[in-house]
Write a protein that binds this ligand. Sequence first.
Ligand code: SF4
Length: 447
Amino acid sequence: MSFSIDEPYPQTLPDDAIGPDSNKVRWIGDPTHHLTVSKKPVSYTPIMSSGNSRRDWYEGRGLWQHVSAEDWKNWGWQLKNRITTQEEIERYFTLSTAERKGCYFANKKLALAITPYFFNLIDFKDEDCPIRRQVIPRIEEMETSPEELLDPCGEDGNMPVPGLVHRYPDRVLFLVTDRCAAYCRYCTRSRLVSNSQGYDFHPEYEQGLRYIESHPEIRDVLLSGGDPLLMADRKLDYLLGRLRAIRHVEFIRIGSRIPIFLPQRITPELCEILRKHEPIWMSIHANHPRECTLEVKEACDRLARAGVPLGNQSVLLKDVNDDVETMKELVHRLLVMRVRPYYLYQCDLITGSAHLRSDVLKGIEIIENLRGHTTGYAVPQFVIDAPGGGGKVPINPEYVKQVGEDAIVIRNYEGKEFRYSRHIGGARPEDPAETEVVEAPAGRILD
Ligand code: SF4
């Protein structure tokens, strides 16, 4: 489907559009009673080792051997030397036709930009490389499925001040920039990020700060964008200082993919600013174990030493991380980097993302195969951001099989069932559930 910058986004799904494949996960059993995900044979051969040995973690200048170590570690150099055109990419490898067409249209939808550091992680020989799928545009981005929206989370309707989203009573989302170090092809805010669609985003810092000051119910401010860590140190220091001066703001959170796209930005000076304005929490955004490199590990270490608790938000992406092996490897690596896997997002219904959107059931299958099978800290919460602004809804495999007046019947990660009395210090229930169950000791902890 062709697309012109002057035309509105197409609203219908063309016959040949690529959409989520709903046949890939098979469910067995009565879905209204208890959902059981079919278990395809899973090999746990590590994609990469999550061990601590330096040789297991990617590092180095890769294609940029000719560049001095000083330049390579300079985040300004990385930004200045970003790959931004099809011609630049094809100096290194040949794009597919779909990618070449995607590059042609990219700057009319969401800019194309990849830091040299992140570009090194692409497998040039693999058209389906999970890194490549995240940052190289494809023509499918110009197709819009009927269910897709320009503002899938309904943010624009909840902005009392440009750039400030106040949806939940006690917290706000403060969009402080529309720029990122690199651009993710499935970005929820592609309507405004990189300003390719003429949104003309201008965050009103002063108005936003005054709004927060005048709303004593706001105890938590999440800085996002774009990427807040692209702001210059002085500007960020000022903004954090203003926010910390508001008595009812208990803490600040930062959502950033900079540690993954541009770990060089996590300088000692930046860490000092973050330490100064503590408590600051940070959510980073890694989707695939290959993104956990030695440079990222060291950047996370600097943040952790500055007292910044780290969580990770992944987006479930088709043929990037929508399988158990990949996600297991990712969450293990994150823990080694002292990053707690926090959310696994179902990809929002953003325009032109159908080719990257995985089936919701894949996400449930992944959680089913993590919970109980590995460390509890490693299991993120799978969520759907309800379309239109309903907020995050947790999506879980079903562990409660029956709720009776006297007891509930639960199952564990192995599928074994247990009856747990609802009586508190009373007699045992007289009519146990019809299901044959194994008694579990009260208060049993699964992991
Ligand atoms: S880093 Fe975040 S805001 Fe920027 S393009 Fe990626 S998802 Fe969007």
